[in-house]
Structures are given as C-alpha cells and as structure tokens.
Design a protein around this ligand. Sequence first.
Ligand SMILES: [Ca+2]
Length: 386
Amino acid sequence: MRGAGVIAAVVIMVVILIGAGFYALVIADDAGGSVGFQSNELVEPLTPMAKLPNTTIPGELTQAPIAAGNMNLYWNITEDIYAGYGGALQLKIENRNPGSMFVYSFGLRWVDGETYQRNCSVTIASGQSGSLGLLIFGAPEAGNRQYQIIVGAAVSNAGETLWYDSGSMPSTPNSVRVQALTSSYGANTSYNHREYYNRVNERIDQKAVDTVVEDIQKRFPGGYNLLQVAEAFEWTKNNIAYQAEASGDYWQSTGETMGMRSGDCEDHALVISSIIDGLGGSARVNIIREHAFPTVFIGTTESDLLKAERSIASYYGMEVSEYRMSYLIDEHGYWMVIDTTGFPYAGGLPAKSEPTTADGGWTVLSEYLVCIDVTGKTSTSLLGMF
Ligand SMILES: [Ca+2]
C-alpha cells in the first residue's frame, strides 16, 4: 500500500523543490537572510504510542443468547468516497438493550465487496450512547454502491453478571455514489510569498491559545510529540465551529477566532498553527484556490514518516495498517496535513483536494500551492520583490 503513496509524493517533491530554489533567491528579510524556517530550526516531534484497544470481553461468558441488536447507530461519513481510496467515518451507538454493551470492533462492509473493520474497546451502559471513534475504509469501483455498518459486540444481562458475545451485527444497507479518482493538477508550488507570509504571521498568537496548549501538555506529557499534535487537531475541530463567510475573505487573528469560537478555513488553520507553535512544533499554512490548510513538520526520512504514522494511528486506537496519512514533501522533509475542515482526522485529506490513486496519492484542486512557514515573525523589507 505504501508504494504508490510514495510514488505520488515523489512527484510532488520535484515540483516543490523547483519552487523552493526560486523563492530562496528572491525573498530576503531586513537582515538579508531568507524568511521562513531554516532546516536547523525545524522541530521533529517525538512519536510516542498510545495504548491500543483491549478487546477482551469484561466478564464471564455465557452460551445462552442475550439479545443485543437493539441499538441505534449514528455516523458521520465523508461527503465524498473515492474509488479504491474510500473515505472515513465516525460511529456512535445508542445502547437500547436492558444490559450493558461491550463493543470490541466496528467497520464498514460493501455489499458484494470488501469489509473494513478495526478493533475498539467501548462499554456503553443501557440507555446511554458511546462514540467508537474513527474508521478509514477503502471502496470499490466508481458507481452507485451499498454499504452496511457492522458492529462486533457482547451484551450483558441487566445485572452485568453474564456476557453473551453476539459477534458481528450488520446494519441495513445504505446507498452511496462512489466517485472516480482524479488526475493531478500539478500545482505550481512556491514558498513564503511575502504578502501571504505577513498576512499569516501577523495573525499567529501563542498567547491566545496558551491555556489550550497547557491543557494538551497535561493530557499528553513529555516533550513536543505527535499525540499532542493529534489532540490539537481534535481540539480545534471540536471547539471552533466552521462558519463560512457570507461574503469576502476576512482573515481573523487567532485571538479573534478564539473569542468567537468560529471561523472558516484560514481561521481554523491559524488557530491550530498557533497551538502547534505554542507546543514547540513547526507548522505551515498552505494556500490554494479557494482554500487554506495547515501542515506540520514530522521529520526528514521515510523512517520518520512511518514512526509518525504509527503514533497518529495509535492516537485513534488503530494499527498503522488501518490508518492513512496525507502529507507533502519538500527539501526539508515530510509535512503532515492537519486540515480541520477536511477529512475528520489528523493526517486526513485536506478540503479542495482529491485522491489520485487508490493507495494514498492526492492532489490539491488548484493550479498553485503557496506554502507559508509559521514563524510568528513578519518581514517588512522594501527591497524584497514580494
Ligand atoms: Ca475567514
């Protein structure tokens, strides 16, 4: 699976390197140095592993069936699902059985096709709801298709003295249109365009997010690491409402967005970039046609990339084989996408982008890609061309 993803990424790298060479020559700050990150300033995150789910049924098993099928399923699924590449969903269950439910797996099964499932470890009391988390799934060829949500669970009697393993239970089928893969736009990539560089960095504000940063560091202690980055992604997605602008393109400062608790894509990008900056990491805001999305530096080598994928997968309770990361490559290394308005997880496909291969290649839907380093500094040189 990794092979084709790397091939796609290498194509992107060539484009970016050409852009980097060009802009390095023409952009300089007041002191005559180039603006943006130097290689030795980029901070590589640590890659700790979160605990994977324990799927052991939490009690004495009985062979005498206890009915378990009385539940309501709620799921958010990516608006677009692509041939081969698939999509992502988040599942929530309301337990309407008289006893507790222990859910040890869930997934998506294409009718007449493949099944994608993963382990989880969620106990839900009678009458309560529980979130099972994230599933990243593949898909069949383009066209009208049907899928079922499947839930693997055990249910207890009312006193929780005995548990019965109900196995894998499917939902009724749901219809969806699977989209065809697209071709790469071959976006022309440039770096630290002065106007955008200042527009981004004037609005970066560590102080406006310092309580969020402290809270993330308490929950995921130790040095700057990728579990903190995933938590920053989830915090921003869950606490800043997405609010499209009625007209115009107003870039809120981080302080404004934190006050309003809402904003559109660039406002989200600036908040999460400020949090990454506060955590000690290196972020970027990437501007494309009708969209802006952030990325975070994760390392220089393929081995760094794999460690990063394992760490982020573990944050979501997944094996690395169940996870897929979208990233960009340039002369510095790998930059993971953290677009809180795109696919609903750290490393998910950004908005205004589409997959180009079943194995993880993707393209922005834009003729240009302007990458802006989040340094928190602005550049005021009148000598610069940009
Ligand atoms: Ca805005």
